[in-house]
Design a binder for this molecule. Structure first.
Ligand SMILES: C[S@@+](CC[C@H](N)C(=O)[O-])C[C@H]1O[C@@H](n2cnc3c(N)ncnc32)[C@H](O)[C@@H]1O
Length: 357
């Protein structure tokens, strides 16, 4: 089932025309002109030449474009994005061709089918920082082992909601035969459930890299027999009924079409209705439906709607058993960088059960 997953990766570029080159001796004015004319520029000699060119591009655009109002910032950013993506690096046999370049394991893992190609420098930087996270792993307070987030997969950087779920699981009474984790991401919630004694967890995600990453992480270990995965939306083809369904959904309504990792953050209009409909069929009569959420959308005034409150009020399927809330930022963590609404941020755990007839 997992073999045919099409992993998302930065698209390899095959140069058909001779590119312009850039190294420590190149003329900057000519290079900027080339970029502005939409020509690709290939970095030669040292990796740092690429980093310097990115810096120079910032300097160049700062002189040319205003960058004060929101709209000006948007234009600045999109121009920078467009031009910086014309700066390419060559990859040969899974390694960057330039000297003193970082060694990025993703080049081998994600590109087994191509041996010589090019990638835009900003994408290489993304791959590099993702590789550092993956290699080093992230210590999650509620888990025994580190998680190793795969390229292009959402992973938690704050752990409040995991702590709330941890407390919930510690107090959970009842059978623990099966659970479903919708939108499994880097697998944290499933790992928590297995750790707390659930025998089998079924996890889905619309992001192929999340599933590929967990297949890679679990390998042939015992864990791989406990967590069954499917690259699919919501419940995929899982049709068994379970005692616990958990979903840590995207927390913000999407104003536009979203793709890839953004699907971890923005939800389309119909997501929750479809989710509750599917959950209704797959939750055992005494089962619990747990949704982790946040008041982020409400305190930032993106919407007044609360999809879970809406369901309880008018869905006709579930009723609230209880909910827990936890303040995210302790006062001591206040910094200038944190906007004022962060003070009010709370994570929420909603426990729903079948509505009594
Ligand atoms: C906020 S992240 C949570 C990930 C993980 N469960 C955690 O708690 O860290 C939401 C996840 O749901 C996935 N997702 C979004 N829409 C989905 C859908 N319709 N079906 C399955 N997964 C979905 C995203 O790709 C993302 O991995």
């Amino acid at each position: 089932m997992h073999n045919n997953i099409q992993i998302t990766r930065p698209t390899p570029i095959d140069l058909t025309k001779r590119p312009a080159f850039f190294d420590e001796n190149s003329n900057l004015v000519t290079t900027m002109n080339n970029l502005e004319e939409g020509k690709v520029v290939l970095i030669r000699s040292y990796y740092s030449n690429g980093l310097n060119l990115l810096k120079e591009l910032h300097v160049h655009l700062t002189k040319k474009l205003r960058n004060n109002t929101y709209q000006e910032q948007q234009i600045y950013r999109s121009t920078f994005r467009k031009l910086s993506n014309l700066i390419l690096l060559e990859i040969v046999q899974n390694d960057l061709e330039v000297k003193k370049a970082p060694s990025i394991g993703w080049l081998e893992k994600l590109y087994p089918d191509v041996s010589e190609f090019h990638l835009p420098l900003p994408q290489v930087q993304g791959l590099n920082s993702s590789w550092q996270w993956f290699k080093k792993g992230i210590k999650v307070p509620v888990l025994r082992n580190k998680i190793h987030p795969y390229y292009g997969v959402y992973f938690p950087t704050r752990f409040d909601h995991l702590e709330v779920f941890d407390t919930y699981l510690k107090k959970y009474v009842g059978p623990k035969k099966g659970a479903i984790d919708v939108g499994i991401g880097s697998g944290v919630l499933s790992l928590q459930m297995v750790q707390s004694g659930f025998q089998k967890v079924y996890g889905t995600d619309v992001n192929p890299n999340a599933i590929a990453g967990l297949v890679d992480y679990m390998g042939e270990t015992k864990l791989s027999r406990k967590i069954e995965l499917e690259h699919a939306s919501l419940f995929g083809s899982f049709d068994k009924q379970v005692e616990l369904i958990v979903f840590n959904p995207p927390w913000l309504p999407a104003g536009h079409d979203v793709d890839g990792i953004d699907k971890a953050i923005y939800y389309p209009e119909d997501l929750f209705t479809s989710f509750f409909k599917g959950a209704k069929e797959r939750l055992l009569p005494e089962g619990k439906l747990v949704i982790l959420f946040s008041n982020l959308a409400q305190i930032t005034a993106v919407t007044k709607e609360h999809p879970i409150e809406n369901e309880i009020a008018s869905g006709g399927r579930f009723q609230l058993r209880r909910s827990f809330k936890k303040r995210v930022n302790a006062a001591s963590e206040k910094t200038k960088r944190n906007p004022h609404w962060r003070d009010k941020e709370e994570v929420e755990l909603w426990e729903l059960i079948h509505k009594e007839a």
